[in-house]
Design a protein around this ligand. Structure first.
Ligand code: HEC
Ligand code: HEC
Ligand code: HEC
Ligand code: HEC
Ligand code: HEC
Length: 369
């Protein structure tokens, strides 16, 4: 059976709302504007039928979205997932048909709407959530710091191990960022303390939906942020901390700027360590799997021909793998600076510091939150 089109899905949802009882005039006035909601959803990435995230499996022989991907990449996979006892994180045993998106039914079904808890890849079980639980189920990533710990267990920090390979958090894991050390999505270094969930405004719910519209997915307009964050013209202007986290004295800039600066510094540190300790220079390409490649000409840049799978980086040492994992964690959550600035900064600083025990890196003046 082909899954119904947008219109029939809308009809089903509409029936659900209308079936709620005879509306009085007052209730009628408060009735949601379905046309507007549908329009907002249609313009959102969740409805983008052409996105790689909804077409990645089209050329595979099986012509289905496999169970390990279907929970997050199809309309109804999550309904199957929520019907199980959640034993395997985000994996279902049934493939789903190709060609669906994240649509009305994905969220508007009794299981998704009643959901209050999420199991993260680390095994952490977070309970007591509201309607954002559904967002956090898909936006939680597919790996955690524990996968890195397991991969490097019992190995020397600076010895290349040919059987190590890059571990990818996956994409837009905003919930893992937001939960910080509660979900432990990042690789957390021994002996360091890490920020937990980012409680944005005390005594107000810190949920995805306190910033994002559930249908357009856009964050609230920046003027609404500016009521507290005076003078912010862009999200990336916002800063509340006075700490010089980069050691560059950029405290007049938005926290987004500082996170990006630290991320850049970590990139440089990774390249230095790879060349000097792992014995093979590395480059990072954000758009090519598996992201880290051999810098064949040693120019520090992605030269055409380098970002191909056969040229993937293979000189991983435990220390390099940990830092690269955290580098990708932040790279693939462009909202990390707002989802959990402290956790993001801690992961980046600690990764740089750890590489800095093996190569010379300057961290003068960097204050850790
Ligand atoms: C826990 C939920 C989850 C699971 C399970 C999952 N993904 Fe994703 N995936 C996401 C999210 C969320 C995005 C959205 C990225 C974005 O907004 O660009 C994504 C994006 C992608 C993209 C698009 C990347 C891009 O650059 O546009 C590909 C390809 C992809 N996933 C492949 C897979 C494959 C293959 C599997 C199964 C082996 C899988 N995913 C399993 C959540 C998941
Ligand atoms: C990614 C999940 C998601 C998708 C997709 C989605 N919704 Fe929603 N929707 C929500 C959440 C969450 C709420 C808030 C529910 C609450 O507060 O009780 C909501 C609320 C609503 C409401 C109540 C009014 C409002 O705006 O709060 C209506 C009506 C609605 N959705 C219709 C739709 C329709 C029609 C579609 C498809 C075109 C759709 N939704 C797609 C998550 C989603
Ligand atoms: C069933 C899994 C699923 C659920 C539930 C879900 N998302 Fe998504 N989300 C995705 C996928 C897959 C994409 C990538 C779509 C694309 O590339 O067009 C995405 C994209 C997004 C994007 C855009 C990212 C970008 O790359 O531009 C935002 C923002 C977002 N989701 C927020 C939310 C919020 C907020 C909720 C809860 C109301 C939610 N999502 C619920 C799977 C999900
Ligand atoms: C404090 C407000 C806030 C909260 C809370 C929040 N977000 Fe965001 N989020 C933003 C802002 C602002 C951006 C845009 C970042 C940018 O583009 O600079 C963003 C970006 C994103 C993106 C990437 C969009 C893109 O263009 O690539 C995704 C996906 C996302 N958020 C999902 C979520 C989910 C899921 C949650 C809950 C776990 C959440 N967000 C909680 C403010 C918030
Ligand atoms: C009701 C007041 C209020 C509103 C509205 C508000 N914020 Fe905040 N925001 C705060 C407070 C208070 C902090 C400090 C929290 C902390 O550090 O514990 C903060 C911190 C932040 C930070 C971290 C800054 C840093 O230097 O670490 C970001 C990013 C942020 N908010 C983004 C947003 C965005 C985006 C919006 C609008 C969608 C928004 N805020 C709306 C009160 C608010």
């Amino acid at each position: 059976m082909r899954w119904p089109t947008g219109t029939s899905v809308l009809f089903i949802v509409l029936c659900g709302f209308v079936a709620g009882g005879q509306p009085t005039t007052a209730q009628e006035r408060k009735k949601p504007d379905l046309a507007k909601i549908t329009e907002a959803w249609l313009a959102s990435p969740h409805a983008d039928r052409s996105a790689e995230a909804f077409n990645h499996w089209n050329d595979e022989e099986a012509r289905v979205v496999p169970g390990e991907c279907a929970t997050c990449h199809t309309s109804r996979g999550i309904i199957d997932y929520l019907g199980t006892d959640l034993r395997a994180v985000n994996v279902i045993d049934q493939p789903q048909p190709l060609g669906s998106t994240v649509d009305c039914v994905t969220c508007h079904n009794p299981k998704s709407m009643a959901l209050q808890s999420v199991v993260f890849p680390s095994g952490a079980h977070v309970d007591g959530l509201g309607k954002e639980a559904i967002c956090s189920t898909c936006h939680q990533g597919r790996a955690s710091g524990a996968d890195v710990t397991a991969a490097v267990a019992g190995r020397e920090d600076d010895v290349v191990a040919s059987d190590l390979s890059f571990i990818n958090i996956h994409y837009r894991a905003a919930a893992a960022t937001q939960m910080g050390s509660v979900a432990a999505g990042g690789y957390q270094y021994d002996g360091k303390a890490y920020a937990g969930k980012f409680i944005h405004v005390k005594d107000e719910p810190s949920t995805c939906l306190s910033c994002h519209s559930q249908h357009s997915l856009k964050p609230k307009p920046v003027d609404s942020c500016a009521s507290c964050h005076k003078g912010a013209a862009k999200y990336s202007d916002i800063r509340s901390t006075a700490l010089d986290v980069t050691g560059t004295g950029d405290t007049g800039q938005g926290i987004a700027h500082s996170v990006a600066t630290l991320h850049g510094m970590l990139g440089v540190a990774i390249q230095k360590y790879a060349a000097e300790v792992a014995g093979m220079p590395v480059v990072y390409d954000p758009h090519a799997f598996p992201y880290f490649f051999i810098d064949t000409d040693g120019d520090g840049l992605v030269t055409p021909g380098e970002a191909i799978f056969p040229n993937r980086y293979q000189n991983w040492t435990p220390r390099l793998l940990k830092a690269a994992y955290n580098y990708q964690f932040i790279a693939k959550d462009p909202g990390a600076y707002t989802h959990n600035p402290q956790y993001a900064i801690q992961l980046l600083q600690d990764s740089i510091a750890d590489l800095g025990t093996a190569v010379a890196l300057d961290m003068t003046g960097m204050a850790r939150p």
